[in-house]
Design a protein around this ligand. Sequence first.
Ligand code: DCC
Length: 165
Amino acid sequence: MQNDNFQDHYPDELSYCYGCGRHNEHGLQLKSSWDGDETVALFQPKPYHIAVPGYVYGGLLASLIDCHGTGTASAAAYRNEGRAMDTAPPLRFVTASLQVDYLRPTPLGGPLEIRGKISELKGRKVVVNVTVSADGEVCVQGKVIAVQMPEHMAAKMDAIEPESK
Ligand SMILES: CCCCCCCCCCCC(=O)SCCNC(=O)CCNC(=O)[C@H](O)C(C)(C)COP(=O)(O)OP(=O)(O)OC[C@H]1O[C@@H](n2cnc3c(N)ncnc32)[C@H](O)[C@@H]1OP(=O)(O)O
């Protein structure tokens, strides 16, 4: 596994995302990287990420799938163009659709492994299938449809409030 995290290449102004922004001290700060043609992230839930006692909260799992999926989409788009992630022009993706299936309860205790596989890369859209595993067993599977960020969304980047930093 390469130790070169996608999110460390996001520009500063796009690094406040609750799920993956390295500048969001209240966020999850997910880190994703390539593992061959797949992508992988590890996340250690905290005791307060609880749903039913002993099990991980489903909304957290959806967030991990969301940010691993959008990060994978961005990395795949750069790789498809044979470019490093911090080269111009930027390829930034947001979530258009997030589908999550909870296959079995996810035990709260050890680290979770999140894996992504690109199933489609066409135009401004990338589709990523994502799994979340605990103790080597897939507990959750999801699909992220990521689309390149529209210009009008990028225009708001100047409007980051100090309290969101
Ligand atoms: C490196 C730095 C990174 C830095 C990035 C750091 C940020 C991390 C982001 C974390 C993830 C988030 O939480 S992001 C926040 C949550 N998401 C949002 O707020 C997005 C809100 N929605 C939108 O702005 C818009 O609906 C878009 C951009 C998603 C799509 O609108 P659009 O741009 O007009 O797209 P459009 O041309 O219609 O469609 C393009 C293609 O996508 C498909 N498509 C569009 N929407 C959908 C949909 N809901 N479900 C299925 N498919 C869809 C279309 O069929 C088409 O496929 P085809 O016909 O070409 O096949």
